[in-house]
Design a protein around this ligand. Structure first.
Ligand code: UD1
Ligand code: CA
Length: 454
């Protein structure tokens, strides 16, 4: 039986007060709708149908690499009307999950439970019991069986006491959607075509409506404004942090950890407070990350220790290296094992060989550095002439004295030495010493100018 996923994403999101369509607002670094699409993919849905309205072009543009069927709902006449729009493309057989683009945290596990519960009956819902159910559609039951969903605005006093609510997540057989949706009317308090009316239709057809509860309540929370977005972000972060701790990660404080992407971890990884991990990252066994680091699309191998406030973007870091504090590894930084990168060192598109060190105030751009070389404080690779980039090549066991400028293209040989304060414009052959500095002038017993005494 084929599974389709229908995602409602036509709402305007007025309360976000944003130029960006609501479903493109980020949660944990990914658009709300992106979370729902990923969940649909994890369920191996054959069809993903997304109903768009406001900002449709921008939304489609954002997901143009995904296999999605887009259906327009030009006017928002209600949730039932929205799903009606899919009928021309919805398969006749199979079953559909109906989700919302602004309910991003629903898990594949809960949806699988819903699918399993709904297969026999042809219709099922995710419901939840709340302390305060104000505003939601209420689940009306008789002898435990679902009879109807009554919207808050249409509910009488007695129905408003009901605390079990409709989360807006459904599973319905496609044959039934084709049968029921054309019959919806808008005779209700809001003058909308309610999707929830299909529950009464199911009963009229003699079908029992199945229901399941989510594993975790935040799974069914929607986002309507930035306050809800921030609250959900924390809950989602908390959930991710728990998963990492269950895998053995030592998070010093899970409430001060943010993962905006995926993190693969080895054993005994330790992460101090206020660390942000973005994109696809990997931390090997015993890696330690100091406070305030931002690590994006980066792999750090076993035993490496990162001191506070270091920034990584598309870097590959070897085993047992020492990084930071205040180091910046930019795209293409490739560090072999046992490398040391110290404070205020920036590395871009450069490879650094086994055991080499750049411990202080240095820019290494478009450089290839061999093994066991020492790059002195304040070394700059001058890789850019304003139009073109050039390479600096440094061999093994080279020594670059402090405050040197290496004007690329240039090669410093194996075992070569550059004297401190040099501007190196020509290659230095293996084992040679090169330095470039003017002769020191000495004035004996020099008297500095004196301030006049008042
Ligand atoms: C709906 C349910 C209600 C449930 C609540 C859960 C109906 C009639 N009511 O309420 O029982 O408790 O969700 O949050 O379905 N949308 C469209 N096109 C439209 C209208 C809505 O795409 O014409 C989208 C919205 O963007 C949103 C979703 O559908 O993603 C739900 O719409 P919303 O207005 O939030 O739901 P309610 O009608 O308040
Ligand atoms: Ca709503």
């Amino acid at each position: 039986m084929t599974t389709s996923v229908i995602i409602l994403a036509a709402g305007k999101g007025t309360r976000m007060r944003s130029q960006l369509p609501k479903v493109l607002q980020p949660l944990a670094g990914r658009p709300l709708l992106g979370h729902v699409i990923d969940t649909a993919k994890q369920l191996h849905a054959e069809h993903i149908i997304t109903i768009y309205g406001h900002g449709g072009e921008q939304v489609q543009q954002h997901f143009n690499h995904e296999q999605i069927q887009w259906v327009e709902q030009a006017e928002q006449l209600g949730t039932g009307h929205a799903v009606q729009m899919t009928l021309p493309v919805l398969p006749q057989d199979g079953i559909s999950l109906i989700l919302s683009g602004d309910v991003p945290c629903i898990t594949p596990a809960t949806l699988q439970k819903l699918l399993d519960a709904s297969r026999g009956t042809g219709i099922g819902l995710v419901t939840l019991t709340l302390e305060d159910a104000t505003g939601y559609g209420r689940i009306v039951r008789e002898n435990g069986k679902i009879q109807a969903i009554v919207e808050h605005k249409d509910a009488n006093e007695q129905q408003r006491q009901i605390r079990e609510i409709n989360t807006g997540i459904y599973c319905v057989s496609n044959a039934k959607l084709h049968q029921w949706l054309p019959q919806l009317t808008n005779n209700n308090a809001q003058g909308e075509y309610y999707l929830t009316d299909i529950v009464a239709m199911a009963l009229a057809d003699g079908l029992e409506v199945a229901s399941v509860e989510p594993e975790m309540s935040f799974e069914v929370e929607g986002v309507n404004d930035r306050i809800q977005l921030a609250a959900l972000e924390r809950q989602f972060q908390n959930f991710q942090a728990k998963q990492l701790m269950q895998q053995g990660v030592h998070l010093i404080d899970p409430s001060r950890f943010d993962l905006r992407g995926k993190l693969k971890v080895g054993q005994d990884v330790r992460i101090d407070i206020n660390v942000i991990i973005e994109g696809d990252c990997e931390l090997g066994d015993r890696v330690e990350i100091g406070a305030g680091c931002v690590i994006k699309n980066t792999k750090i191998a076993a035993g490496t220790k990162v001191q506070p406030y270091s920034i990584f973007d598309q870097a590959i870091v070897g085993e047992d290296t020492q990084i930071g504090p205040f180091a910046r590894l930019r795209p293409g930084a490739k560090l072999a094992n046992e490398v040391h990168i110290g404070n205020f060192v920036e590395v871009k598109n450069s490879s650094i060989g086994l055991g080499s060190k750049a411990n202080h105030f240095t820019y290494l751009g478009d450089a290839e550095i061999g093994e066991n070389s020492n790059i002195g404080a304040g070394t700059i690779t001058c890789n850019y002439d304003g139009a073109n980039k050039f390479k600096t090549i440094i061999g093994d066991a080279a020594f670059i004295g402090s405050n040197s400028s290496l004007v690329a293209p240039v090669r410093i040989g194996h075992g070569a030495t550059v004297g401190a304060g040099s501007v190196i414009t020509r290659d230095v052959e293996d084992h040679n010493l090169a330095f470039e500095r003017s002769k020191q002038i000495v004035k004996e017993n020099y008297q500095r100018p004196q301030k006049l005494k008042k």
